[in-house]
Write a protein that binds this ligand. Structure first.
Ligand SMILES: Nc1ncnc2c1ncn2[C@@H]1O[C@H](COP(=O)(O)OP(=O)(O)OP(=O)(O)O)[C@@H](O)[C@H]1O
Ligand SMILES: [Mg+2]
Length: 200
């Protein structure tokens, strides 16, 4: 009996790092010997573009498969302005810690919390030298959030439609740190108990 881990990457605010996290978490799970599948909930979405570029070692599909997929972990890459709390129990919520973006996260987080969801917050693209961002980052960290600092490796990888785990990125600045941060988030996902059983 195969266990499939289901996780939604969700924040209704656009450009918070959902797709970046989805494809890099999938790449990290390949490194662990797992088979990931991304369900890109935006037909024009970023993760689908990566897949179409042909550089990924895992599959991205544009809708929920009718049959139970042959995968160990299924990652739902939600689109911007998707206000509805995802059905999956486990939700990863990325946010960039600039002030105007924080409000949407708080609202979405509270609604997910009311529904009893398990939420992993990931601060993305944070600039600790900016005082207002540092306060937000420190607070979220104290509440257990994972943190990925602002880093050029993501745009560099994005410009070639590859993940930061691609060997072409091996010599990029602080790539080990960035990979470790993604691995840590993956570990937090995998350690969660709520799983869907597959009787294949
Ligand atoms: N830690 C980071 N450091 C620097 N840039 C980052 C970081 N995380 C994400 N980005 C950049 O932020 C931008 C938006 O990321 P992404 O497309 O993943 O967001 P999204 O939430 O999926 O957006 P949308 O809501 O439009 O689907 C991208 O250019 C990405 O490279
Ligand atoms: Mg996206």
């Amino acid at each position: 009996m195969k266990i499939i881990k289901l996780v939604s990457i969700w924040n209704p605010k656009g450009g918070q790092g959902k797709s970046t996290l989805a494809i890099n978490l999938a790449a990290a799970s390949v490194e662990l010997g797992l088979k990931p599948l991304i369900i890109c909930q935006d037909p024009q979405g970023t993760s689908l573009l990566y897949y179409k570029s042909g550089n990924l070692s895992f599959e991205v599909v544009d809708s929920v498969p009718t049959d139970r997929p042959d995968a160990d972990i299924v990652i739902f890459d939600h689109q911007a302005s998707d206000w509805e709390v995802p059905k999956n129990h486990l939700i990863v919520m990325p946010l960039k810690p600039a002030r105007d973006q924080y409000a949407t996260y708080i609202d979405a987080y509270r609604r997910a919390e009311l529904l009893g969801k398990k939420i992993i917050t990931v601060v993305t693209d944070g600039q600790e030298h900016r005082a207002n961002e540092k306060d937000t980052i420190d607070y979220l960290k104290s509440e257990g959030a994972c943190v990925i600092p602002s880093s050029g490796v993501f745009s560099r990888a994005a410009s070639e439609y590859i993940t930061i785990f691609d060997q072409k990125m091996n010599k990029a600045y602080k790539i080990r740190e960035r990979r470790m941060e993604i691995n840590k988030i993956l570990a937090a996902i995998l350690i969660e108990n709520e799983e869907t059983k597959n009787d294949n």
